[in-house]
Design a protein around this ligand. Structure first.
Ligand SMILES: Cc1cc2nc3c(=O)[nH]c(=O)nc-3n(C[C@H](O)[C@H](O)[C@H](O)COP(=O)(O)O)c2cc1C
Length: 354
């Protein structure tokens, strides 16, 4: 039999606000192949997610189509049947193969199709729908954000993924791109913006803090990078798993707990959350919301009610009546120097093992 306070905690108590939007709970279906069809989006909503981030459109898709329009406006109407030799008079990619792949990809996935899809997604569900653009540069694609805003979706997540591997660019050069992109996009839209980042920053804490002050409403930590691997039988390139494992949540957990309380926007935890325990941990660290993708593939959509039910039961047990009443309880926001604490913990743990 449930005690009185236990009975009173239900799914209603999971309400939270993210990017200024009201969500029925903090569990978000992250951008992935399962947010790329209306039937899946409806099912995700039915199973209980608080919001959905649509599969990203790539900046390269926007650029290629923009190029096409510019040529048309000059009166030189051209229909490309294969990748043209150059873009704006110069190559944007060093390798022919990479460039023609991107061109063909862009043609298959037209922008109009993406906008129509957003409108339909928005019509189909009554939870917030967040569009997503995957971008790497400050090239000329920002005006497209306005078209996304016109579809009346609730927000836009910019997935900015810059692998700092270019020898000619300093950390500062790379980090400036994030701010340039945000500024440009903000010139076109006033819808809620969030930015999803990786962890390759020379000073992650300071960069995240500055990003949180750039006018965005949320930061998604973190992008899970494409992992290169080798095939030693074929002596060639291969890649790591596309899906995360359930042990990968700790990296995000560390950073959410270090950063929460020091930033001026919401934090959404992403990577490695596969069950209600990892979900609750991210909230205890201070996350405003938590995104899942791999768990949806590995466990199916049943993982959604499992996580939500597990959270309600845990809240009953610990007598928390709202997400706000325990969010950030284990944040390190009061620590002057989390690195010093980690070092002591590291020494204690590792020196005890022989
Ligand atoms: C098949 C697949 C497709 C994805 N596509 C996108 C995408 O288009 N845009 C994006 O921002 N993230 C994309 N992601 C990354 C996820 O949103 C998420 O950040 C990452 O998988 C880590 O979270 P997880 O551990 O819950 O999977 C994709 C992930 C998967 C597995």
């Amino acid at each position: 039999m449930l005690l009185k306070h236990e009975r009173s905690v239900t799914m209603e108590n999971l309400q939270t606000s993210y990017l200024g939007l009201m969500l029925r709970n903090p569990l978000i279906a992250g951008s992935c192949g399962l947010t790329n069809s209306i039937s899946d989006i409806k099912e995700l909503a039915l199973r209980g997610v608080g919001a959905v981030v649509i599969k990203s459109l790539f900046e390269e898709q926007i650029n290629v189509e923009t190029e096409n329009v510019i040529i048309s406006e000059e009166g030189e109407v051209k229909t490309f049947t294969r990748a043209p030799d150059k873009l704006f008079g110069k190559r944007i990619y060093d390798y022919d193969e990479a460039y023609s792949y991107i061109f063909d990809f862009a043609k298959r996935n037209t922008l109009e199709k993406y906008l129509d899809f957003l409108k339909e997604a928005k019509r189909s569900v009554d939870i917030p729908v967040i569009a997503s653009i995957n971008c790497v540069s400050n090239q000329n694609w920002h005006a497209f954000a306005k078209k996304i805003q016109d579809t009346k979706v609730d927000g836009l997540e910019l997935n900015i993924y810059i692998l700092p591997s270019d020898w000619r660019r300093s950390g500062e050069d790379n980090e400036r791109i994030y701010f340039d992109i945000i500024r440009e996009v903000k010139n076109y839209v006033d819808m809620p913006l969030s930015v999803k980042i990786g962890y390759y920053f020379s000073s992650l804490a300071q960069s995240v803090q500055k990003l949180s002050e750039s006018g965005i409403k949320g930061l998604v930590l973190f992008n899970r990078p494409y992992n290169t691997d080798f095939n030693i039988d074929k002596i060639g390139l291969s890649h790591g798993s596309v899906f995360s494992s359930n042990e990968e949540y700790t990296h995000t957990l560390r950073w959410i707990s270090i950063l929460s309380g020091h930033v001026k926007c919401d934090l959404s935890a992403s990577t490695g959350v596969h069950d209600y325990k990892a979900f609750i941990k991210q909230l205890l660290a201070g996350a405003t919301t938590v995104q899942i993708a791999s768990a949806l593939y590995k466990k199916g959509f049943d993982v959604i009610p499992e996580i939500l039910k597990g959270t309600v039961e845990w809240m009953r047990k610990h007598e928390f009546e709202s997400i706000d009443s325990f969010r950030g309880k284990l944040s390190q926001s009061n620590l002057e120097n989390p690195a010093a604490i980690e070092r002591v913990q590291f020494m204690k743990l590792y020196s005890g093992i022989e």
